[in-house]
Write a protein that binds this ligand. Structure first.
Ligand code: NAD
Ligand code: AHE
Ligand code: ZN
Length: 374
């Protein structure tokens, strides 16, 4: 069949809207009509050329929602008409990682996914004889796409596509980092670096978890009001203080605790210098710092080992530690029950033809999330 897609033709180049050939689902695969997709900073990261796994031409996009149109042989858990969210972190429930119960990082199809291919090592997308690569196993910047059955979460059919697509990455990553990775306790203090599409969801996760003090850190003062909407209690612009680490350590001295430091800190910027700041303003003895941001090829983190010797823990999280087929339907239900907010964070919606405007808005700090509606 033919599908309309925004194709990433090369690093740093605008996406091009094209008609692309799409082969139907093979064994264990599912054809999905994408109804809406968010634009995440990770799409921009890969498009910019900073992603070591970046490969062109490819169809980017990994934050979608849609409807099952057709299923391949052997597919048992999904049928035509089911509403689904694509999962860049699949959940096969039978690989050593899934069975370990220690991680959400299913390894069943990770190596082909990183090469822009389906699990059988081929692509379903092409233009004539030229192969177009998949991206993060999802390629939601195409109106129709093919995914493995294990990479689709079946969700409540009453939920609006143009909102729940955000659960395909940003919402789940932010809330999951708090609940699954950090396991934040009631009464905790926390600092969140980077108040974009991910950081604001970390903030709403912290509010859900009952954190007392939620410090937001961003270079952009417009983000103060955004953070406050979702539960942020204090805002710091690092360019307006002498030393952001000392400043946060000082702010978090409470009662008899004269040492200071946040119980939990989160990097949602992808900047390795910020990751260091986030670690170093975690509390001596027990503070945990969670890396969410994705850093470009060649970037490395550093700190004095003494920071770890004195009890801080440095952790990372992918997709908020969520097991997609199990957890994503539940997060959709939380949204439908009013337990979490999504609508105000979707600041812009646009047709596929305007997708590059969505990237511009993100790069200019003017949007929280842009959503493309097909
Ligand atoms: P975004 O562009 O919406 O937000 C980034 C925010 O960081 C902006 O508000 C910006 O002003 C702020 N910022 C930039 N530099 C800063 C600095 N030095 N100090 C403080 N704030 C600064 O991006 P997003 O969609 O929220 O994504 C954030 C990061 O998370 C990206 O690196 C993205 O690739 C990554 N990400 C990771 C996962 C995962 O599973 N680990 C999932 C989604 C996104
Ligand atoms: N391909 C990059 C890494 C990109 C990355 O870390 N991706 C996150 C999700 S970001 C979503 O917006 C992730 O899930 N990582 C785990 C994985 O298996 O990819 C690189 O550096 O090579
Ligand atoms: Zn993402």
């Amino acid at each position: 069949m033919k599908t309309r897609a925004a194709v990433a033709v090369g690093a740093g180049k605008p996406l091009e809207i094209m008609e692309v050939d799409l082969e139907g689902p093979r064994e264990g695969e599912v054809l999905v009509e994408i109804k809406a997709t968010g634009i995440c900073h990770t799409d921009e990261f890969t498009l910019s050329g900073a992603d070591p796994e970046g490969i062109f031409p490819a169809i980017l996009g990994h934050e979608g929602a849609g409807v099952v149109v057709d299923v391949g042989k052997g597919v048992t858990s999904l049928k035509k008409g089911d509403h689904v969210i694509p999962l860049y972190t699949p959940e096969c429930r039978s690989c050593p990682s899934c069975l370990s119960r220690k991680t959400n990082l299913c390894t069943a199809i990770r190596s082909t996914q990183g090469q822009g291919l389906m699990p059988d090592g081929t692509s379903r997308f092409s233009i004539g004889k030229d192969k177009i690569f998949h991206y993060m196993g999802c390629s939601t910047f195409s109106n129709f796409t093919v995914l493995p059955e294990i990479a689709l979460a079946k969700v409540n059919p009453d939920a609006p596509f143009d909102k729940i697509c955000y659960i395909g990455c940003g919402v789940t990553t932010g809330i999951g980092a708090v609940i699954n990775t950090a396991k934040v306790e009631i009464g905790s203090t926390a600092a969140v670096f980077g108040l974009g599409g991910i950081g604001l969801n970390v903030i709403q996760g912290l509010r859900l978890a009952g954190a007392d003090m939620i410090i937001g850190v961003d270079l952009n003062n417009d983000k103060k009001a955004w953070g406050e909407k979702f539960g942020m209690t204090h805002f710091v612009n690092p360019t307006e203080v002498d030393d952001v680490v000392a400043h946060i350590v000082n702010m978090t001295k409470r009662g008899a605790d004269t040492i200071g430091g946040a119980d939990y800190t989160f990097d949602c910027t992808g900047n390795v210098k910020v990751m260091r700041q986030a670690l170093e303003c975690a509390h001596r003895g027990w503070g945990e710092s969670i890396v969410i941001g994705v850093a470009g090829a060649g970037q490395e983190i550093s700190t004095r080992p003494f920071q770890l010797v004195t009890g801080r823990t440095w952790k990372g999280t992918a997709f908020g530690g969520a097991r997609g087929r199990t957890d994503v339907p539940q997060i959709v239900d939380w949204y439908m029950e009013g337990k979490i907010e999504i609508d105000p964070m979707i600041t812009h919606t646009m047709p596929l033809e305007d997708i590059n405007k969505g990237f511009d808005l993100m790069n200019q700090g003017k949007s929280i999330r842009s959503v493309v509606v097909y």
